[in-house]
Design a protein around this ligand. Structure first.
Ligand code: FBP
Length: 263
């Protein structure tokens, strides 16, 4: 098993995602959150266990900066823009070696099961896992069913299927969307087996709604969250980070971390 200790604390994960400039464009940003430096400050002060960046931001704002010593980097190896209208496909644009040179402690890769191009992504991810494991760093699968055949990507069965595909492909962590309830999410965590699970944040909702989802995913056995907009679009990013942290590290969820009890 790959050691996750560089990107976890007490077995828990709290990642701040900031690759939305690529995936969604500046429409996600305002004057408070367009500057990567400010987001890195939030990640450090908010107690996150990792920051997720694309290679361009990593090179210009992380690698040779004070942040390198303060927070682990999870480098996203593939990406696409919102301007692209075809069947979902996210090509790889950075290699594992390059990620390590940029200071990465782990790598991330998006797979869209169900897309016409899933074969390309499965193949690329297979190589990513191989290279990452050779270098002894974790590979995280952003695993989002998408494509003409996928009507609803957050049903119990679809999210559990995604989690299972992450396990089958050798991902160390599966980043999956919320499937609507504690029971549904628990099924996804169970299907992920020894692959650990983190929640993929989603569009900004009220604090109460988001914190409830975080409680449910922890109760279901996830090890934490990989969240972006629900933190840095919040009026008070540090306050919401504090609340997320107190849930993730709550001792009462220790028994629920499914994969730790089934190792
Ligand atoms: P959010 O918490 O802002 O949703 O970020 C999580 C994330 O996976 C990002 O890493 C990525 O940029 C984005 O969601 C992709 O979202 P989608 O493809 O669903 O629009």
């Amino acid at each position: 098993m790959i050691d996750l200790s560089k990107i976890t604390k007490k077995g828990r994960a709290m990642y701040l995602a900031y690759d939305q400039g690529m995936e969604h464009g500046p429409e996600d940003f305002n004057l408070e959150n367009y500057d990567p430096k400010k987001i890195l400050e939030i990640a450090v002060s908010g107690g996150f266990t990792g920051i997720i960046l694309q290679k361009g931001l990593a090179e210009k704002y992380y690698t040779n900066s004070k942040f390198r010593k303060k927070i682990p980097l999870i480098l996203k190896l593939n990406g696409k823009t919102k301007l692209y209208e075809g069947e979902a496909f996210s090509p790889q644009e950075c290699g594992v070696d390059e990620a390590i040179k940029l200071g990465a402690s782990a790598v991330g890769y998006t797979i869209y099961p169900g897309s016409e191009f899933e074969a390309n992504m499965i193949k690329e991810f297979g190589q990513v896992v191989k290279e990452a494991h050779e270098k002894k760093i974790p590979a995280i699968a952003w695993i989002y069913p998408r494509g003409r055949g996928i009507v609803n990507d957050t049903t119990k069965e679809i999210v559990a299927y995604a989690a299972r595909v992450a396990l089958e492909l050798g991902a160390d962590i599966a980043k999956i969307k919320y499937s609507g309830s504690l029971e549904n999410f628990r099924w996804a965590v169970q299907c992920a087996g020894k692959t650990k699970v983190v929640l993929s944040g989603g569009p900004k909702v009220s604090d109460e709604e988001f914190l409830n989802v975080v409680k449910n995913v922890m109760e279901a056995g996830a090890i934490g969250v990989a969240v972006g907009r629900n933190v840095w679009q919040n009026k008070n990013p540090l306050k919401i980070s504090e609340k997320i942290k107190s849930i993730i590290f709550d001792k009462k969820y220790e028994k629920n971390i499914y994969n730790q009890t089934h190792s």
